[in-house]
Design a protein around this ligand. Structure first.
Ligand SMILES: [Zn+2]
Length: 386
């Protein structure tokens, strides 16, 4: 990455052709159209507090520095990476969008300032770093300079790096808070649409986990057809297979679940009955896992983190099992006892064994001690995986 320090660009040049969108509340262009003040990745103009806006103008009038500005070269244009709010404030003042109060308490817009003051503002030279380089370098740099401000999250950074028509269209779809369908999406996807969390998830699903790769490949696409279709497909599938909505459904990796299970046929009534039953089962500790457990045909009990027998129960089982094993002269782990290895006669300590609670639970008798057996750690682990 190359950086160039520019100290020759004046306020007058920056404000040439300044355009401000009242509708969106943001500065758009400057520098005679060569400067994109608010590229796709910038937040909406949040400098609105009159005080801070006037403060920037006041600094110019007093000859105080307004701080470093960071631009990125994008083809023959420049994009503002940091400083968009300051530039917008200056541009808005120079184009008479707001007035400041002079020391006598009079409201002054730009044209009513004395000529020397206007000249002072317009002639101020700004301090600008212009950088040019690979996407990854700019991303890293952007991350660094943002430490001082409100840090951008990963997806906001990506929107910065891959800015273009695709990101514009994607944001209009996935970070638009006024969309009614957002409520439905948020039953499945966690986060804040304004911080690009929904978009990030949609990209993760369609890109099979490779968000950067997908954005890179589609950066200059005019539309987001595939992204939107895929997202809708996944959400519709989730809403069809599972008739109801539970809190724990929010934030699951529905993209992966869809990929793994969408080709299987499900009876939504039976699925939901099973979900309800598992919600009511006090031995299920991980409710988030219920959905994939059911999708997978109810086999992978690890997903549910089934509650274990308490130590009092397991100590009683251990004592009984060990006494019986000693009488027979075999290992107190029933699976070791039937083997032909060194451990066939080994008496394990209580601390070396675990209750085979998962098998007990899946036989439907979790609370019944007759379903509980102690296994050595190795055998219990092997069994729990089935
Ligand atoms: Zn064993």
């Amino acid at each position: 990455m190359t950086t160039e320090l520019r100290t020759d660009i004046t306020v007058e040049e920056i404000c040439k052709g300044f355009q401000y969108s009242e509708l969106e509340g943001k500065g758009l262009f400057g520098l005679g159209g060569k400067l994109v003040i608010q590229p796709e990745y910038q937040r909406n103009y949040i400098y609105a507090e009159a005080k801070r806006e006037a403060g920037v103008v006041d600094s110019l009038l007093k000859g105080y520095p307004i701080g470093l500005l960071y631009f990125v070269r994008a083809g023959d244009r420049l994009e503002v990476l940091d400083g968009q709010q300051r530039i917008t404030s200056i541009g808005r003042f120079v184009t008479e969008k707001f007035a400041i109060r002079d020391p006598d308490g009079h409201e002054r817009n730009f044209s009513s300032l004395a000529a020397d003051k206007r000249a002072k503002i317009l002639g101020t030279k700004l301090t600008i770093y212009v950088c040019e380089g690979a996407e990854s370098e700019i991303k890293e740099w952007f991350r660094t300079i943002n430490i001082a401000g409100i840090p951008l999250n990963e997806q906001e950074l990506r929107n910065a790096i891959y800015s273009g028509p695709f990101v514009t269209a994607a944001k209009a779809e996935f970070s638009n808070s006024s969309k009614p369908v957002l409520q439905k999406w948020k039953a499945y996807v966690k986060g804040n649409e304004k911080r690009q969390d929904i978009l990030e998830e949609a990209l993760r699903w369609v890109g099979d986990g490779d968000i950067d790769g997908y954005m890179k490949d589609h950066r200059f696409d005019d539309g987001i057809g595939e992204l939107k279709d895929h997202f809708d497909t996944v959400i519709d599938w989730a809403g069809t297979v599972f008739k109801g909505v539970e809190d724990e459904m929010c934030g699951l990796d529905w993209g992966r679940l869809w990929k793994t299970y969408h080709a299987r046929a499900y009876d939504p009534d039976a699925v939901w009955a099973r979900v309800r039953a598992l919600y009511a089962d006090e031995f299920v500790k991980c409710r988030k896992g219920i959905f994939e457990f059911v999708l997978g045909g109810g086999k992978d009990t690890r997903l549910l983190d089934v509650r274990v027998f308490d130590p009092k129960e397991t100590k009683a089982v251990y004592a009984k099992q060990t006494a019986a094993a000693e009488r027979k002269g075999v290992s107190n782990c029933p699976l070791c006892a039937v083997g032909h290895e060194a451990n066939a006669k080994r008496i394990w300590k209580f601390s070396e064994m675990d209750a085979d609670h998962v098998a007990a639970w899946s036989r439907g008798g979790a609370t019944d001690l007759s379903n509980c057996q102690m296994l050595c750690r190795t055998h219990n682990r092997a069994k729990g995986n089935r």
